[in-house]
Design a protein around this ligand. Structure first.
Ligand code: BGC
Length: 740
């Protein structure tokens, strides 16, 4: 087709994108239009034929410059219109240089480092022909049984929104057409994290208030604030209408209220699964449901290819619906510059796993570690210590640190904890190692040797937790305990009378109640990526003072789930009194609260000032305080600001995170921390689901965790402030939960 290209104005990059789309759409046949709406995984002979016929818009899981270029050449040079393919991939926490899993990165409470990780992932993957990542996962998750909690930023909408923005900004950069950036795809829209019982793919039934106040905000942050240009529709049923057929969320909220002009891709076969959900009798009905709800691209169900053209010809589906979906897909292909630059440049491959990228992964890993407990300041250890026993099934494991969705990560690049420790200690230090047991399984054969080396050492470092594949998709667990005999192993080593440091590698909160009560030092290391062992050793020996904080509550036992810090008060808040809201066989508090994390130094808070200025929408609340490092080492504090609306027309959470700052302080150093709150941040949905700020008192709480509140104050709001949310009212009248 090459020679005739010149006359086609859609190929002219100087024209506005709208005109290019109009021109191209006019030239497309119905089959070519539907083709743009189809995505397939990997290459096959059949899909290659479809590409040649102009019947494929996108692939996922085609990896590497050579493979993407080969099939792209067919799309661009051998099809009638030469529309390039868009290549998507799950670049979740790095491409080849694997960073900490998203839950770990959220523990850094450092959007800067999160953004940098995402931009490096974009740099590496784009060099290999990838245009688009299925990330960030911005699902709020309050049930650690759900394996996919590992892929998100935890339980809180405020922290989750900050991380969502940072990831989108990192992937997409400031210019989508920049060859080093990729399109983001916040997922899974929406409320996938609220699956009943934490069982993956399960039903979600929540109120519109909860949907809007808890589950939608990180999507809004990713889309409206950061400009994410695609969205993935989820697998789950949402209040009776599956998310991939839900017009209220996909069209009324996403496009109507938020003005989203990118495209929506379904989750893997989530269009086909509308049949299993029982809202469609056939794949054709499923395709119609999905496309009319607002799903523009069908990932792997092959339902659009098989049905859409026929539905249009039979006048069961308006061509306008198809045209609109194709417009949205083409808009993003144009914005990304794929028409101008369809091929990966093999010369760019050197950006993959560069020294700088690996250093950034180390930095991110160090900042993600959370010191859960440190009795008697057991940590940090002296590098000149005479002997260390490094025990546990994950101590020398090079798979687990990659976590789930490890993309092109290579276990050979992983530094294990044992390796990290060996390269850190003095030449004279004796480092002994024994696995003790497997992550799962019932053999205690290694216990005796583990106990023996522990007895022979000054300290035992026990590395336990989950394998990388025990969290992530389709990896829900009914128990939150350490799997297998690992707790028995910890007990046996502890019983040897040696000082024990427990290092946890896991993709979810674990109910490590015994360890929390008995083991003096515990580090939450999550799955930290290729530099895991170095980062952990840096913390163990004090080259890095840990500053991570939990982005999710740790329950004492699975029976406490769901447990999250921003719960409602109830009519009978828990107390020693019998007739209050609690279990009779457990304390009502969590094992470790949201926001918790210790340091090798300590911080003093003082001088809280709260000032409300201005009126109405122009009102601003200024909050200032001082934090001082009163210990002997440089360290990071994450200053957390919580708010409570004391009395409102609907019940409000006992506290809600409204601000945070991670700061580094030298010994004796004092820093002034300030926050400015807008009326929007004080607002909530009233009885009519209108967004308002109501007059009354707000309690301000500032501290080092959601439980460790150091300073409190308050301010008054004098008048009611109302917000109009665009087309929000129309969708409210119909009720987001009601059938169409
Ligand atoms: C997952 C998505 C992922 C997609 C493509 C699905 O099974 O739910 O998160 O992006 O597969 O790999």
């Amino acid at each position: 087709m090459g020679k005739s290209k010149g006359s086609r104005s859609y190929l002219n990059p100087k024209l506005p994108i709208g005109r290019r789309i109009d021109d191209l759409l006019r030239r497309m046949t119905l089959d070519e239009k539907v083709g743009q709406m189809c995505q397939y995984s990997g290459l096959s002979e059949e899909s290659e034929t479809w590409v040649r016929e102009g019947k494929v818009g996108s692939f996922l899981n085609v990896v590497g410059a050579e493979a993407t270029n080969k099939i792209q050449r067919i799309a661009v040079e051998e099809t009638r219109l030469g529309i390039p393919l868009i290549f998507g991939l799950d670049v979740i926490h790095g491409y080849s240089t694997i960073f900490p899993i998203p839950l770990a990165m959220a523990s850094s409470w450092d959007p800067g480092i999160v953004k940098r990780a995402a931009s490096i992932a974009a740099l590496e993957s784009s060099s290999q022909g990838i245009h688009w990542t299925f990330a960030p996962m911005v699902d709020i998750a309050r049930d650690p049984r759900w394996g996919r909690i590992a892929e998100g930023a935890g339980e809180d909408p405020f922290l989750g929104s900050a991380i969502a923005r940072a990831m989108v900004e990192g992937f997409q950069g400031s210019d989508l057409a920049d060859p080093n950036t990729i399109a983001a795809c916040p997922k899974h829209y929406v409320a996938y994290g609220a699956a009943e019982g934490g069982r993956d793919y399960n039903t979600v039934d929540i109120s519109e208030r909860t949907l809007r106040e808890v589950y939608l905000p990180p999507f809004k942050a990713a889309i409206v604030d950061a400009g994410a240009c695609t969205v993935m529709s989820a697998f789950n049923d949402l209040n009776g209408i599956p998310a991939s057929a839900n017009r209220q969320t996909l069209t009324e909220v996403l496009r109507g209220e938020w003005g989203f002009d990118g495209f929506v891709v379904s989750d893997w076969n989530s269009v086909g699964e509308l049949v299993n959900h029982g809202i469609a009798g056939t794949a054709a009905e499923a395709a119609k449901e999905a496309v009319t709800a607002g799903v523009d691209m069908d990932m792997c169900a092959d339902a659009y290819r098989r049905s859409l053209a026929r539905l249009v010809k039979e006048r069961k589906l308006s061509i306008k619906v198809v045209d609109e979906a194709v417009r949205r897909i083409l808009r993003i292909k144009f914005k990304l510059g794929i028409f101008e630059r369809p091929y990966a440049d093999p010369g760019r491959s050197k950006v993959v796993k560069s020294k700088e990228n690996v250093e950034a992964a180390l930095d991110a890993a160090r900042r993600s570690i959370v010191l859960l407990k440190n009795e008697g300041n057991l940590l940090p250890l002296d590098k000149k210590i005479s002997s260390i026993a490094v025990i546990g099934p994950l101590a020398d494991d090079r798979y687990a640190p990659l976590g789930s969705w490890s993309c092109q990560g290579d276990p050979k690049d992983v530094v294990t904890v044992l390796e990290g420790i060996r390269s850190k200690v003095s030449a004279k230090t004796k480092v002994l190692h024994e696995k003790g047991c497997e992550v799962e399984g019932s053999s205690t054969e290694g216990f005796a040797e583990a106990v023996r080396i522990a007895k022979d050492s000054d300290v035992a470092i026990v590395v336990v937790g989950e394998r990388g594949d025990m969290s992530g998709e389709a990896a829900s667990r009914a128990s939150l305990d350490l799997p297998g005999l690992q707790e028995e192993l910890v007990k046996a080593v502890h019983g040897a009378g040696v000082k024990v440091v427990e290092v946890l590698m896991n993709g979810r909160p674990l109910s490590i109640s015994w360890s929390a009560a008995n083991v003096p030092a515990i580090l939450e290391a999550w799955f930290l990526g290729v530099q895991a062992g170095n980062a952990i050793a840096d913390v163990i020996f004090g080259d890095c003072n840990p500053g991570g904080r939990l982005p999710v509550t740790f329950p004492r036992t699975v029976g406490q789930v769901p447990i999250h810090y921003d719960h409602k008060a109830t009519g009978r808040p828990p107390s020693e009194e019998r007739w209050t809201s609690k279990y009779i066989d457990l304390p009502w508090t969590p094992l470790f609260p949201f926001g918790h994390g210790l340091s090798y130094t300590s911080f003093e808070y003082s001088g809280l000032k709260v000032e409300r200025k201005g009126k109405g929408r122009a009102m601003e609340v200024k909050i200032a305080l001082k934090v001082k490092n009163v210990g002997g080492r440089e360290g990071d504090e994450v200053v957390q600001l919580y708010l409570r609306d004391a009395v409102a027309s609907v019940t409000r959470p006992v506290k809600e995170l409204k601000g945070f700052k991670r700061v580094t302080l030298k010994p004796g150093e004092v820093k002034e921390i300030d926050f400015a709150l807008t009326p929007e941040q004080l607002s909530f949905l009233d009885r009519r689901l209108e967004r308002v700020v109501e007059p009354g008192t707000f309690t301000v709480m500032v501290g080092a965790s959601s439980e460790d509140i150091r300073l409190t104050g308050s301010f008054e709001v004098k008048e009611r402030i109302a917000f109009s949310e665009g087309r929000r009212k129309a969708s409210r009248r119909r009720g987001i939960n009601q059938a169409r």
